[in-house]
Design a protein around this ligand. Structure first.
Ligand SMILES: [Zn+2]
Length: 157
């Protein structure tokens, strides 16, 4: 079930995804709230950091834990534009996060069909602003294909 505030916070995650888009990173964004305030926001930075673990969700979990000085972020909600992958779902499990709200689903790399489960205390909802979240990803790969086929190099920053 969605709340009105979910749209507001998902827009913040989408803005992060948009920043990633302009850095030539796969455009996935995340935001974590605590008591209805944003305490962490991040976007995918795997190319910039040359680090496969630099997914938006992992970076956001780390920031939220740092902010709260807690390893468990039970009172928090994660907003993420695309369904988390198995690595991020694992990190979310360990974080014992209270709620995960995601935009578009990810049939290829998402955790839902992998059999991996979030922590029993974690509430999960998906599909909020799905079209906008999907659109950004679709555009990203569309442009990637065009650049590739025309041999134009994308600058990395
Ligand atoms: Zn991930």
């Amino acid at each position: 079930m969605f709340f009105i505030k979910d749209f507001h916070f998902m827009k913040i995650a989408l803005k992060e995804a948009f920043i990633a888009f302009h850095k030539n990173e796969v455009p996935i964004g995340a935001a974590i709230t605590y008591k209805d305030s944003v305490i962490a926001k991040s976007h995918n930075l795997t190319e910039s950091f040359s680090r496969i673990t630099a997914h938006a969700e992992i970076l956001a979990i780390n920031l939220a834990s740092k902010f709260l000085k807690e390893k468990y972020i039970r009172e928090c909600t994660l907003y993420v534009t695309i369904e988390p992958c198995v690595m991020c779902a694992g990190a979310l499990f360990w974080s014992q996060i209270g709620r995960v709200v995601c935009g578009a689903s990810n049939n290829k790399r998402g955790f839902l069909y992998s059999g991996i489960k979030l922590h029993p205390r974690t509430k999960f909802v998906s599909g909020i602003m799905r079209n906008q979240c999907e659109d950004l990803i679709r555009k990203f790969f569309f442009f990637k294909r065009i650049y590739k086929s025309t041999n134009i190099r994308l600058s990395s920053n």
